[in-house]
Design a protein around this ligand. Structure first.
Ligand SMILES: [Zn+2]
Length: 210
């Protein structure tokens, strides 16, 4: 299920294409993944290139805070089922569905409120304003000194807990599978690594229910 941003004037058009109305949250939505491509112009205000479907993975690793040098948990989001959307030369948008290994996203997509709450209480993940990029974004913070932990530092340094080289590095991670209340249209950066298949193979994946 995916929520749509349908302006009032366009509601008849959306309805004719099969959109349904949710009176509780007062939003139009599309139920079946197979129909998402028909609703492209209402899926997000900013142009999205990905729709994360059904579930995401909360992947927790431990690393040393660069400021206080104590160990802190850091979180990366993993995705395995998603649409990739490409602009074609004709101006059409092509939706292709992927069902793959778990790939880690070094930036957080927009997350359901319940999940962000959980990550904030348990792992110091919360929204911050960055002067450098002049935008709000979701970031990891040290559990000891609250200092923001930059994405480059967490995901791209050689000693990153998310650098998977063998089964042991996977076993050091906590992997939680979270069923999404609705699918997420976003533009995440997805990191493809040749060892992504090891996550499903070796991780003890637990269900996260909130
Ligand atoms: Zn610290």
């Amino acid at each position: 299920m995916l929520l749509l941003n349908v302006p009032y004037e366009e509601k008849d058009e959306a309805k004719a294409l099969g959109a349904r109305w949710n009176a509780d949250i007062k939003k139009w939505y599309v139920f079946s993944e197979k129909d998402y491509h028909k609703f492209d112009k209402w899926i997000a205000r900013k142009k999205h290139n990905t729709i994360i479907c059904d579930r995401i993975y909360v992947i927790v690793g431990m690393m040393k805070c660069f400021r206080c040098h104590k160990q802190t948990p850091v979180v990366g989001i993993g995705i395995d089922q998603f649409f990739s959307i490409e602009d074609e030369r004709s101006g059409k948008r092509n939706y292709s569905f992927n069902n793959e290994d778990i790939h880690i996203c070094p930036t957080f997509p927009e997350l359901p409120v319940e999940l962000l709450d959980y990550l904030s209480k348990n792992y110091g993940v919360r929204t911050d304003y960055s002067k450098t990029v002049q935008a709000s974004y979701i970031a990891n913070h040290c559990s000891n000194c609250s200092t923001i932990q930059g994405n480059f530092f967490i995901f791209d340094e050689v000693d990153s807990p998310f650098f998977i080289t063998n089964s042991e590095t996977v076993k050091d991670l906590t992997v939680l599978k979270y069923k999404l209340p609705y699918d997420i249209a976003c533009t995440p950066s997805i990191r493809y690594s040749s060892t992504d298949d090891m996550i499903k193979k070796y991780a003890d994946i637990k269900q996260l229910t909130l």
